[in-house]
Design a protein around this ligand. Structure first.
Ligand code: ADP
Ligand code: MG
Length: 367
C-alpha cells in the first residue's frame, strides 16, 4: 500500500506565555512512500518524527493537508479504520494478559463481517508468533520476558490483523546495543517477508541507514532530503544532512574558493572548477583523506587509533569546526606517530562544499 502525504502540516498552540507563535511540528510535507518498502524517518529529537507518524496513524489530526493510502483519502478516518499496525518504544503490552492473549486482543475486537472464529484467531496469532519467533513464549506474561522479547510481542500484535501500513516509533530505543542490532535485522526480515509498507522512526542515523530502502531526513519540522541511504550519504543536499549521516561524522572546515582553488587556511587542498570566488564550508568524509608525504593539506597530528582493519588518524587544524579531525586510513599505511604534523591529499568525491549563509550544497567539478 503506497502512502502519500500531501502538504501535510501540524501546528500545536504554544504553551509558552512569552512566545505566542504556534509550534510547527510538521511543515508542509509532500512525499510518496512506495508500496512494500521500509522507510526510515530520521532526525534529531523534536524534529517532528512522532507527530508525522501519529498523523499517518490518525492519532492526530493535521492542521492542513491530506493523507492517502493508495487511492483512499484517509485524512478524516479514525485510526481503527485505517488498517494500521503501531509499535512504540515502550512496548505498551497489557501486563495482566499472556503473550497469546496480547496478540489475540486486536482480533477479539473485530466486529460484524470481520469477526473471526476462535480457531481462526488462534491460527493467525500462531502464524505471527512464528514470524517473530516467540512461539515458545505464548503462555508467559510480559513481566516474564526480556525487552527484546516484549518488543517482538508488540510487533506480533501490530501484525496480527495484517495491517496495510506498519508504523514503528523508535522501537529499538529501550533495547541494549546487541539486542538493538539483532532486532533491527529481524524487523528487516519480517518486513521483507510480509511486504507490508513500513515506516520506521528513529533518531539513530546508523539504524535508519542500515535497514531502510529510503530515508527521509528531517529537521525542525521540515524535510531536508529523501533518498536511498547510500545516495543521501554520498550526495547530501546541505550541511545539516552531511553532518547528520555517518560515523565518525564528517569533518567540517571554514574554507575559501579562490581562482579555481579550494583553500583551507593557507593550504590549497584541491583544484576545482565551476565555483565563483567565495567563502564556503568544506565537509570532508573521514574516508576522504589519503596519507601523502607531499599532500597539500597539513594538520597537527594528535594521535592514531587502531581499529583492526583500519586506523583512525586524529589530527587538528585551525580552520576545523570540529575540535578534532578524524580520518580513516587502511592499516597498510604507516603513520609516523612521533611526527608533529600529518599531510593529506583529498578524494574529491568525498569533499562537499556548502554556502556559508544558506548551508546549501555548492557543486563543483574536480580538475
Ligand atoms: P520527535 O518525535 O522527532 O522527537 P515530535 O514529533 O514529538 O518530535 O515533536 C515535534 C515538535 O512538536 C516538538 O517541538 C514538540 O515539542 C512539539 N509537540 C509535539 N507534541 C505536542 C503537543 N501535543 N503539544 C504541543 N507541542 C507538541
Ligand atoms: Mg518521537
Amino acid at each position: 500500500m503506497k502512502v502519500i502525504l500531501q502538504n501535510l502540516t501540524k501546528k500545536f498552540p504554544s504553551r509558552d506565555k512569552k512566545k505566542q507563535e504556534d509550534v510547527i511540528a510538521v511543515n508542509d510535507f509532500t512525499f510518496e512512500i512506495p508500496d512494500g518498502k521500509l522507510i526510515g524517518l530520521l532526525g534529531p529529537s523534536g524534529c517532528g518524527k512522532s507527530t508525522t507518524l501519529n498523523l499517518i496513524s490518525g492519532l492526530l489530526q493535521p492542521t492542513s493537508g491530506k493523507i492517502f493510502f493508495g487511492e483512499d483519502d484517509v485524512t478524516d478516518l479514525p485510526p481503527e479504520n485505517r488498517g494500521i499496525g503501531l509499535v512504540f518504544q515502550n512496548y505498551a503490552l497489557y501486563p495482566h494478559l499472556t503473550v497469546k492473549q496480547n496478540i489475540l486482543f486486536p482480533l477479539q475486537n473485530l466486529k460484524g463481517k470481520d469477526k473471526l472464529s476462535k480457531a481462526a484467531m488462534l491460527e493467525k496469532a500462531c502464524e505471527v508468533a512464528r514470524l517473530v519467533q516467540i512461539e515458545e513464549l505464548m503462555e508467559r506474561k510480559p513481566g516474564e520476558l526480556s525487552g527484546g522479547q516484549q518488543q517482538r510481542v508488540a510487533i506480533a500484535r501490530a501484525l496480527v490483523k495484517m495491517p496495510r501500513v506498519l508504523l514503528l516509533d523508535e522501537p529499538l530505543s529501550n533495547l541494549d546495543a546487541r539486542l538493538r542490532l539483532q532486532t533491527r535485522e529481524e524487523i528487516r526480515r519480517i518486513q521483507r517477508e510480509t511486504k507490508i509498507t513500513t515506516i520506521f522512526v528513529t533518531h539513530d542515523q546508523e539504524e535508519a541507514m542500515s535497514i531502510s530502502d529510503m530515508i527521509v531526513v528531517m529537521k525542525d519540522g521540515m524535510v531536508q532530503q529523501i533518498g536511498k541511504p547510500q545516495d543521501v550519504y554520498d550526495n547530501p543536499d546541505n550541511l545539516f544532512v552531511a553532518r547528520f549521516l555517518g560515523t565518525p561524522p564528517i569533518n567540517v572546515f571554514e574554507g575559501q574558493v579562490k581562482e579555481n582553488k579550494l583553500y583551507i587556511g593557507e593550504d590549497a587542498v584541491l583544484s576545482i572548477k565551476g565555483v565563483t570566488n567565495q567563502e564556503v564550508y568544506v565537509g570532508i568524509r573521514p574516508e576522504g583523506f589519503l596519507l601523502r608525504e607531499d599532500g597539500p593539506f597539513t594538520c597537527a597530528l594528535r594521535g592514531v587509533e587502531v581499529m583492526g582493519r583500519d586506523i583512525s588518524v586524529v589530527s587538528a587544524n585551525k580552520a576545523s569546526l570540529n575540535s578534532t579531525i578524524r580520518s580513516i586510513i587502511a592499516t597498510e599505511k604507516k603513520v609516523d606517530i612521533e611526527g608533529v604534523t600529518v599531510r593529506f591529499a583529498l578524494v574529491p568525491r568525498k569533499v562537499f562544499l556548502f554556502n556559508r549563509e544558506t548551508e546549501e550544497r555548492i557543486y563543483f567539478e574536480a580538475e
